[in-house]
Structures are given as structure tokens and as C-alpha cells.
Design a binder for this molecule. Structure first.
Ligand code: ADP
Ligand code: MG
Length: 388
């Protein structure tokens, strides 16, 4: 049953608003967003759907259908993170509540709403189910009250909500991609200047996502360790180039000259970042001249670097990438997201996608004894709100 019907069942009324908030996949530029580098994500057709209307009570009542949970909290006093009965907000509710909190804090009016929502973006697999929810609720509140705020700013506010309210140290890429997606396009997004533009994806190709089914708890400490290594590299490289503020300021040529003075582990981490940033620039040029083959090669190179230099891959993900390389229709493949499990992203010729998926599922089962969830995605438009 869709969210509109569920809304009618629960609230005994028709919803007024329908929101679609897409997930996102990153095609290239991994672990560069906290180094000021450019990324290349796309919004995808997996999405969260919200059916909603303004509530008469001025309270916010949410039904998270996938979790079979509901919550009611007031729009005022959100900093306490309590529901209407004085109980602490559960984590899932902190995503929409955090958005309400940050919007109010910044002077944007928040109406009481009643809403149901459901998503087919798998949770915690690197496709950004959390940002999809945040931006979808932000866009809903914006549409209801009609205040002026561009999509990039909305994304920044949602990132702040996740950082400061939920307490997750995420970058800006996820919220940006779900907010600003363009159908059939990847998004070049400079995480330092916030400039961005859409680039058409090659014709007759599809994005295939393969979920390894693996989720690792290590993610948090490893993420912090990688960030610290990058900061240390910047500190040490200042000896050669005093003005740098992030690894974005070091070109691959400079790195070839100075990198050898870094401790071995720091050098490996920094090498990934410096070259990954260069790969994103090369990938954009490849797309512009319709050089699909080079684009694919850059995806494979990006994966090898995440595996060998940044060391955030796992054997199951490596299996998916090496299987993909030899399957019909494969242009490029790599891990996507923070690492330590989750998904691979593959660019595949549309005409051969069925054979590709069959081969990948079969090969993964043979090699690991595990079932991968493999599905076709299309680059889709960003968050949208319609009056129904
Ligand atoms: P992801 O990589 O998918 O964004 P996160 O750990 O950042 O993973 O966010 C996942 C969290 O977002 C979930 O634990 C849950 O709190 C919230 N979330 C995701 N999908 C849903 C959903 N369908 N319904 C309610 N909450 C959700
Ligand atoms: Mg997330």
C-alpha cells in the first residue's frame, strides 16, 4: 500500500502533500568531501515518500511505516529532544525532529504536521537513507510555509541537523545530492566552494547497485582515524607549501615530490585523497568528451585506491568489483559510500544489464556463499513536493 492510502487509514483523511526524497549514489570522489575535494554523486530512483498535512493540534505526529513506529512531539522546545510524553526521542525520530529544530533556530517557520513515511532506500548501506528523510521533511516544511531558501542552503541546514542534533559527523554531499539531483545527470559538486553543475551521464547506460549485505560496526572509529590522517598530512606538508589548508591544495605532481617525506601510513591515506580528487576532474572531462571507457577505468582505479591506500574496503566488496570487471556490459565498478561493507556502484550498458546482474548475483553466491541484492537505478531528480 502506498503512503497516501496508509495516511488515509491512519488519519481518516486525505493527505494534502506528497514528498519524494531520493537516495544518492556517489560515482566518484570517495572520502574527499572532508578534504575540500569535488565529488560526483547522483540522486537515484530509490526514495522516501511522505504523505502529510498540517495538523490542527500544532503538534508534529509522524508514522515511520517501515519501522512500525510513531511519535508525537511539539515544534517548540525541540532542543530537549523529548516527545509529547516527556520520553527521549528515539534515533529515527531525531532525523525529522533535528530538521524542525535547525529550521526554527534559523528563523524558518515550522507548522505542526501529521505525516506517514516509507522508504525503499536500504538503511545504513551507503545510499543515504538519512539525508533523504532530512531533506524531504525540510522541503515539506518549506512548501507549507512558503519561505524562501535555496536548495543548497536547505541541504546545509539538514547537514547541520544531522551533525548537531542526531550527532553524526557527516559531510554535505548526501544532503546536497538528494536536494539537487537532476534526472539522467551526475552532479559535479565542489565541497570547498559549493559550486556545482549537472553533467549528463553517457546515453544507453544504467547505474547498477550491488548491496553486499555486509554492515560493519567499525565504521565510526575508522572514519575518524582516516580524517585524522588527512589532517596530519596537511600539517606535515605545510613544511613544503605553507599556505595549504587541506589536501585539495596539493596536486598529484606536488605529492610525487613531497609525499615521500610523510610517514608510510599517512602517505598512503593522503595519496588516495590527492589522486581521487584528480580522478574526479579527469572523470568530468571524460564525460564531456563522451569517453565512457576512460570514465569506467577511473572508477576501477578509484576502487583499487580505496582498497590498497585508504584501506576501507572489505573482501566481499572486492569480490563484487572484480566479478563486475569481467561481466558483459560493465563500464566501471567501485565501492561507494564510507566503506567497510555496503554497496558497489557499477556503470553498465543498458542493453546488457540483465546478463550483468545475473552474472554478478551468481558469482557472488559462488565465491562468498552470500546473496547480493543487485538492482538497476537511474539518476533522478532531487527532492520534490506536490500538492495532491
Ligand atoms: P544511510 O547510509 O542509509 O544514510 P545512516 O546510518 O546515516 O545510514 O542513517 C540510517 C538511519 O536513518 C536509520 O537508522 C534510521 O534512524 C533513519 N532511517 C532510514 N530509513 C528510514 C525509514 N525508512 N524510516 C525511518 N527512519 C529511517
Ligand atoms: Mg546517512
Amino acid at each position: 500500500m502506498n503512503v497516501e492510502s496508509q495516511y488515509s487509514l491512519i488519519f481518516n483523511a486525505k493527505p494534502r502533500w506528497l514528498v519524494r526524497g531520493p537516495g544518492r549514489v556517489n560515482l566518484l570522489g570517495e572520502h574527499v568531501d572532508y578534504n575540500g575535494g569535488p565529488v560526483l554523486p547522483a540522486a537515484i530512483d530509490q526514495a522516501v515518500w511522505i504523505a502529510a498535512d498540517v495538523s490542527k493540534s500544532e503538534l508534529i505526529t509522524l508514522h515511520a511505516l517501515d519501522l512500525k513506529e510513531k511519535i508525537t512531539f511539539a515544534a517548540e522546545g525541540l532542543e530537549k529532544k523529548l516527545d509529547i510524553n516527556g520520553r527521549p526521542l528515539p534515533t529515527w525520530a531525531q532525523y525529522p525532529a533535528g530538521v524542525a529544530w535547525i529550521l526554527s533556530q534559523n528563523g524558518y517557520k515550522i507548522e505542526g504536521i501529521q505525516a506517514v513515511y516509507s522508504s525503499n532506500i536500504p538503511m545504513g548501506s551507503g545510499l543515504s537513507s538519512s539525508a533523504a528523510i532530512e531533506v524531504a521533511f525540510a522541503a515539506l516544511w518549506q512548501m507549507i510555509s512558503g519561505w524562501d531558501c535555496d536548495r543548497l542552503r536547505l541541504a546545509q541546514l539538514c547537514q547541520k541537523a544531522e551533525n548537531e542534533y542526531v550527532g553524526v559527523a557527516c559531510g554535505i554531499m548526501d544532503q546536497f545530492a538528494t536536494a539537487c539531483g537532476v534526472k539522467d545527470h551526475a552532479l559535479y559538486f565542489d565541497t570547498r566552494s559549493f559550486e556545482w553543475y549537472p553533467i549528463p551521464l553517457p546515453k544507453d547506460t544504467v547505474i547498477v547497485i550491488a548491496d553486499s549485505g555486509m554492515r560493519r560496526s567499525l565504521t565510526h572509529s575508522a572514519y575518524n582515524e582516516r580524517r585524522a590522517a588527512c589532517e596530519e598530512a596537511v600539517r606535515l606538508l605545510k613544511k613544503f607549501k605553507p599556505d595549504i589548508t587541506s589536501l585539495r591544495d596539493i596536486s598529484p605532481t606536488e605529492f610525487a615530490a613531497y609525499g615521500e617525506y610523510l610517514p608510510a601510513l599517512i602517505k598512503k591515506r593522503a595519496e588516495h585523497v590527492v589522486k581521487e580528487i584528480a580522478r574526479v576532474e579527469s572523470a568530468v572531462n571524460a564525460l564531456r568528451r563522451d569517453d565512457t571507457e576512460s570514465f569506467g577505468a577511473l572508477m576501477f582505479a578509484g576502487h583499487a585506491s580505496l582498497r590498497d591506500y585508504y584501506e576501507v574496503s572489505i573482501p566481499e566488496i572486492d569480490v563484487l568489483v572484480s566479478l563486475a570487471r569481467n561481466l558483459p556490459g560493465c563500464i566501471g565498478a567501485r565501492m561507494t559510500g564510507g566503506g567497510f561493507g555496503g554497496c558497489t556502484v557499477n556503470l553498465v550498458w543498458a542493453a546488457q544489464v540483465n546478463d550483468f546482474i545475473d552474472g554478478l548475483e551468481r558469482g557472488y553466491l559462488e565465491k562468498t556463499g552470500k546473496q547480493a541484492k543487485v538492482y538497476v537505478c537511474h539518476a533522478s531528480e532531487g527532492t520534490s513536493v506536490t500538492c495532491i
